[in-house]
Design a protein around this ligand. Structure first.
Ligand code: TRP
Length: 513
């Protein structure tokens, strides 16, 4: 039996997981989602969701991978063969995300080049939507292919695949650089952001909660999905990473470290963005809430704005977009690892073969986003994958581990691999509270979409259908792939480990009272 990849050191595991968690989600997605959902109120909801949902689920995923000694599909298969498709579904949602995620990386790569001449000039907004994106008025108007973006996309994929070439060994080394470097740079941007003229207004918007917003279910849905997205929970990635840990790694402690480092980075990054928004509001003489079109473009407008206000702007431009690229790369390759670990486990493919396959598919599926309508599609797909795909995965994960495997068994497993212990509340959350709450939020969202007048995101019914179509395709693909036979070892070890689980039911299966 081939020995499974193991992290070179415990620090490598923590850094790789932090690297997967911290990415564009923190500096690109968090600020605009926060901005669109009321600033301070969102921040509060975000913190609550991190504590009650994000960190406990991170523990669940690490433990599941470690316990089953397998990436997501194999891990679910070992709970019961009929759940294998579910692991593929999780990985599939992650894969759809990585196709547009690499598109944002392409923006970063282009902006790296633009930094040499500060090509965005004094009006970064017009530059971004006009010159860079060639943005069309609506998603159904495809527009022109933006060649520089396509080239950036190709570079991004070569870079991603090269980074995972040698599995956990390369990953373990690369992350030292990709995690620690960006933190230092971010500090500079935060300091500059908050010292810009007018920053205080922006920060007030960011930090003052408008409590009434907390009554809106969509704000909570946005918060909880942002937590999951940011922690890379619900994509099978942390299950694969968990499967590579050694026996001495403390699951509870590391989940806390990773969760807090990730949230800390997002919140810190928010200071830079909102400082800059305040500055822009002051210059334009309008309220903060009116400064810039919120949405996925926010980052590529506000950060160049900050850069313009720095001494040696070219230098800071280069540094900043290098930093974003470095943050993004380890998130993107963690997903590639998640998918290729699954392919290797099931089909016995070589590391190279799985990586190249994932890379080529990813590149091809990313091309549509490189057209003038790309950012519209990206926005729709992003929202759908997170609001529906990701939430479905998390609910399923909670139900399958909570009720079929039994939460108490998994908790005991976590505690046997941790110094700090978690209590029975963990079971209750996994079995009941999280699935119920998330289901409620999705229910509200669907209701709004169907009943609301075009919804407040301006999503029309065709877009609603398009979003669901992508999810259905992922679903069908996962059923198909799980019905294909895997290597004899993959098939065989299932019964072996299931027997093992049954034999040691006192230890892992939980009480059957
Ligand atoms: N956690 C990553 C970030 O914050 C993003 C991420 C989540 C991701 N899931 C993913 C990236 C799946 C690629 C694929 O940036």
């Amino acid at each position: 039996m081939a020995k499974r990849d193991v992290w070179g050191s415990r620090t490598a595991f923590v850094l790789a997981s932090i690297g997967s968690a911290i990415g564009l989600g923190n500096l690109w997605r968090f600020p605009y989602v926060c901005y669109a959902n009321g600033g301070g109120a969102f921040l509060f909801a975000y913190a609550v969701c991190l504590l009650i949902a994000g960190i406990p689920l991170l523990m669940l995923e690490f433990a599941l991978g470690k316990r089953m000694d397998n990436a997501a599909p194999g891990a679910f298969r070992r709970i019961h063969p009929k759940f294998e498709w579910f692991g593929w579904f999780a990985v599939g949602i992650g894969f759809v995300i990585v196709t547009y995620y690499s598109g944002i990386m392409s923006y970063c790569i282009n902006y790296f080049v633009y930094s040499f001449n500060l090509s965005w000039g004094s009006n970064p907004e017009t530059f971004f939507f006009g010159k860079v994106l060639g943005m069309t008025d609506q998603p159904w108007e495809l527009g022109k292919l933006q060649w520089p973006l396509l080239i950036g996309l190709a570079i991004a994929w070569v870079w991603i695949v090269a980074s995972v070439w040698k599995g956990t060994k390369t990953v373990g080394k690369v992350v030292w650089f990709t995690v620690l470097g960006p933190w230092l740079l971010l500090l500079i941007f935060v300091i500059r952001g908050v010292t810009l003229d007018g920053a205080a207004e922006g920060l007030r918007y960011y930090l003052t909660p408008e409590w009434s917003k907390l009554l809106i279910p969509q704000v909570w849905l946005a918060a909880i999905t942002q937590v999951f997205f940011s922690l890379t929970v619900g994509f099978g990635v942390m299950i694969a990473y968990g499967s590579f840990i050694d026996d001495k790694t403390c699951i509870v402690k590391n989940a806390w470290i990773i969760g807090l480092a990730d949230a800390g980075t997002a919140i810190l990054g928010g200071f830079a963005v909102f400082g800059a928004l305040g500055h822009k509001a002051l210059i334009d003489g309008v309220a903060v809430s009116a400064v810039v079109k919120s949405g996925p473009g926010l980052t590529f407008v506000t950060y160049p704005e900050i850069i313009n206000g720095l001494p040696f702007p070219q230098l800071f431009g280069l540094l900043f977009f290098t930093m974003l690229g470095l943050l993004a790369i380890d998130s993107a390759f963690s997903l590639v690892e998640g998918v290729s670990a699954a392919l290797k486990d099931k089909f016995g493919w070589s590391h190279k073969r799985s990586n190249i396959t994932v890379g080529l598919f990813g590149l091809a599926l990313g091309i549509p986003y490189m057209f003038g309508a790309g950012i519209h599609m990206l926005d729709i797909v992003d929202r759908f994958m997170n609001f529906f795909g990701l939430t479905i995965v998390v609910i399923g994960e909670c139900l399958i581990v909570g009720w079929v495997f039994k939460a108490s068994g998994m908790r005991r497993f976590i505690n046997s691999h941790s110094e700090g212990k978690i209590g029975i509340w963990w079971d209750i959350r996994i079995q009941l509270i999280l699935p119920a709450l998330i289901l409620l939020m999705i229910g509200f969202e669907v209701y709004e979409r169907i009943m609301g007048p075009y919804g407040d995101f301006g999503l029309r019914s065709q877009e609603f259908i398009f979003g669901w179509l992508v999810i259905i395709i992922v679903f069908v693909a996962s059923i198909l792939i799980s019905s294909v036979k895997g290597t004899p070892e993959y098939e065989g070890r299932i019964s072996e480990i299931r027997k093992d689980i049954a034999d040691r039911s006192g230890d892992t299966r939980g009480e059957k009272s």
